[in-house]
Structure formats: structure tokens, C-alpha cells
Design a protein around this ligand. Structure first.
Ligand code: AGP
Length: 364
């Protein structure tokens, strides 16, 4: 991959389409079929140390923080270690208790984001073990951390992160699988997740082949006054990231909420001019999510669903291929990158350089 536009009008479009190869690259050479696990050479965490980890805390900003939310869910689900994610900026300002049995993970595309770097430095000063999930090799965060996983997304030029977001989520799946297989994840589950990971590049290609349909949907929703993004558990970080993506690149106001929180306030905003994008994986929460769609319909809200099958209550459904439920957030975000891109295009925005934003925020 290079800085050449390769026939695309924008880097964002190019980088969205590079995801098939990028995901292939983050997986390459890391899968160990013999033991149904993955090899992560730079982790610097042996099996005994991994078993001693009592909690995982993931720190990052913006899209990196959102991948951290996905990573925390994957680590809890596959490795059964309590895990959560927090914006690095909040963490460093609140004088956090630094626990020796917690594994801290800093996540960053550039590896230079000041707030994330400052959180790493504070943690190191207090004796914590900090790993990095980073894209840029040899960057400040990669150098300051004790070890980690490179994301191998290749250079990401557009201010708005797309391929790095997806690759980071895959890197977290690898890390969760690795920790899981050291702890209590069975061989059968290891095999199942590996098979799911291997399917991802072709499934991403399948999602990208639906671009024309998403372009039409973007034209239909581009004049919305505001957009609501909702999801439950695995769908929620996807909703958050999609909402950020839309705001950054199209300047359409958007909000993201856990679907279950709608009735605690944001439902008041629902009207025909405020459509909802609902992320509905076909998991054990699907029926609850369908009930949320009914609540929205009852308030005359329009609904665009991202799901594994057509949703009757939605006005439109973008159908994505099924994979293992744990990996759903990885694929479900991709059509929403295209939605943000085509909304911005329809509104004539400066896609690669949105106003007021920098690719890497290296100041406080
Ligand atoms: C992503 O679309 C954003 N431009 C932004 O939120 C970004 O993810 C954030 O500033 C963190 O950057 P980093 O990954 O380089 O640390």
C-alpha cells in the first residue's frame, strides 16, 4: 500500500477499500492452527504473567477508544478477564488508582496522540505494565510501552480513521484469543474464532460490493436534521464509531446511545427528521433490539438497520454476512463507514481534511 490514490477520488474511499488486504495482513503469520491460538511475537507477556492478570484497562482517544470498547468486550468474552475501556484523556486527569494486577493497553493509530502517550507515561511512572496496540511502527507509544501488537493497517492518510479502526478491532480479537487460550478458552472455541477471522477478508469484500446500495441510502438520509445511532452490547461500540464517523466527515449532527438507554431520555428527540441507525447483530439480544425498533416506529422515526437479515420494522436494512457473534462488531462497522463517506460526498464536504480536525492530536 502506498500514498498513491490508486484511482480513488479520496484517501477515505481508498482506505475503506483497502480493508480486505489490510485485515489479511494483520492476520498473516499469526495463526497457530496446531494449538488453535495465535502467536503475537511482540507481546512480552509469558503464559504465567498472562494468567496473573486480574483486570484489563484499555486507553485511547476517539476512534481508538471505540476500538478499545470492542477490545474490552472481546477480552471479557474470550479470556474471561474483567476488562473496560476509557478515554485516555479522562484517565490521565482523574488521578486513577494504578493496580499492579491490571494489564493496561494503550491503543493508537499514530502512536503519537498526546493524551494517550501522557497516560502511558503516568502508568509507567507508577510501575504498571502497559502494552500498545498501535499502527505506526516505532512511534512514541510503541516505544514507551512494554510490548504489544502492531495493527499493520498500512499508512492511513485520511483524517477519518477507517481501515485502522477495523484492523485494530481484529488485533484485539487476536489478543483476546491469545489470552483466552492461555486461560480457559477451549480448543473448539479457539478453532471457531480462527475460522471466523479467516472469513473476514472475503466478507469485507462482500460488504464493499454493496456500496451502490449504501450510496443511495446516504442520498436519502443526507438531509437529516440529526441522526441517532443505537446498539446493544456488541452493537454499541459500532454505533458510537459510526456516529463519530458521520459527524467528522459530513458535519451532520449525530448521537450514539446504548439501545436500552433510549427510553431514559433520547427518545424525546425521535421524529421523522431524526432517523435512527440501529446495529442489530443476530445474537441473543435481537428480540430486545426489535422492541427498540418498535419504540422508534411508534414515534414516527425512520430506521436504517444494519443486520444479518432484513428487519421488518426498519425502513431499510443493510444486510451483512454472518460470522461468529464475538466478531460481529468488526464487519458491522464497515457499511457505516461507507454511509458516512457517501453522506459527506452528497453534501460536498472536504472528505480527507474535515474542518477543525488534525490526523494526529499531538498537543494537550
Ligand atoms: C478518527 O476518525 C479520528 N480522526 C480520531 O478520533 C482519532 O481516532 C483520535 O484522534 C486518536 O488518534 P490515534 O489513533 O492516532 O491515537
Amino acid at each position: 500500500e502506498s500514498y498513491d490514490m490508486g484511482g480513488h477520488d479520496t484517501y477515505m474511499h481508498k482506505e475503506i477499500h483497502e480493508q480486505v488486504d489490510a485485515v489479511d495482513r494483520v492476520l498473516r503469520g499469526r495463526i497457530d492452527d496446531r494449538f488453535s491460538t495465535v502467536r503475537l511475537g511482540g507481546l512480552n507477556l509469558d503464559a504465567r504473567e498472562a494468567r496473573g492478570v486480574r483486570r484489563v484497562k484499555i486507553l485511547g482517544c476517539g476512534s481508538a477508544y471505540h476500538t478499545g470498547l470492542i477490545g474490552a468486550q472481546l477480552i471479557e468474552e474470550l479470556a474471561r478477564i474483567p476488562a473496560d475501556a476509557e478515554p485516555a484523556s479522562e484517565f490521565r486527569y482523574r488521578n486513577p488508582v494504578v493496580d499492579p494486577d491490571t494489564l493496561y493497553i494503550a491503543v493508537s493509530q499514530s502512536g503519537e496522540t498526546y493524551d494517550t502517550l501522557a497516560a502511558v507515561q503516568e502508568l509507567k511512572r507508577k510501575g504498571a505494565r502497559v502494552l500498545g496496540v498501535v499502527n505506526v511502527v516505532g512511534s512514541a507509544i510503541a516505544r514507551e510501552t512494554d510490548g504489544g501488537v502492531y495493527v499493520h493497517a498500512g499508512p492511513e492518510v485520511c483524517v477519518v480513521s477507517t481501515k485502522c479502526f477495523t484492523n485494530t478491532a481484529v488485533a484485539f480479537a487476536l489478543l483476546a484469543l491469545h489470552l483466552g487460550r492461555i486461560r480457559d478458552l477451549s480448543v473448539a472455541d479457539g478453532k471457531r474464532i480462527i475460522a471466523g477471522l479467516r472469513k473476514l477478508p472475503e466478507q469485507i469484500a462482500e460488504v464493499l460490493r454493496g456500496e451502490e446500495e449504501i450510496k443511495k441510502l446516504a442520498a436519502e438520509y443526507a438531509n437529516a436534521k440529526s441522526m441517532m445511532f443505537v446498539g446493544r452490547v456488541r452493537g454499541y461500540p459500532v454505533a458510537r464509531e459510526a456516529s463519530l464517523k458521520l459527524k467528522e466527515v459530513s458535519y451532520v449532527h449525530a448521537e450514539a446511545y446504548p439501545a436500552s438507554e433510549l427510553k431514559h431520555g433520547p427518545l424525546a428527540l425521535i421524529e421523522p427528521e431524526v432517523p435512527t441507525v440501529a446495529v442489530l447483530p443476530d445474537d441473543d439480544l435481537l428480540e430486545k433490539n426489535r422492541a427498540t425498533l418498535e419504540e422508534i416506529k411508534a414515534r414516527s422515526g425512520r430506521i436504517l438497520a444494519v443486520a444479518h437479515r432484513e428487519q421488518e420494522k426498519a425502513d431499510h436494512t443493510i444486510v451483512v454476512p454472518r460470522n461468529e457473534v464475538e466478531l460481529d462488531p468488526i464487519l458491522m462497522g464497515i457499511p457505516l463507514q461507507l454511509l458516512a463517506y457517501h453522506t459527506a460526498l452528497a453534501l460536498g464536504r472536504d472528505i480527507d481534511k474535515p474542518r477543525n480536525l488534525a490526523k494526529s492530536v499531538t498537543v494537550e
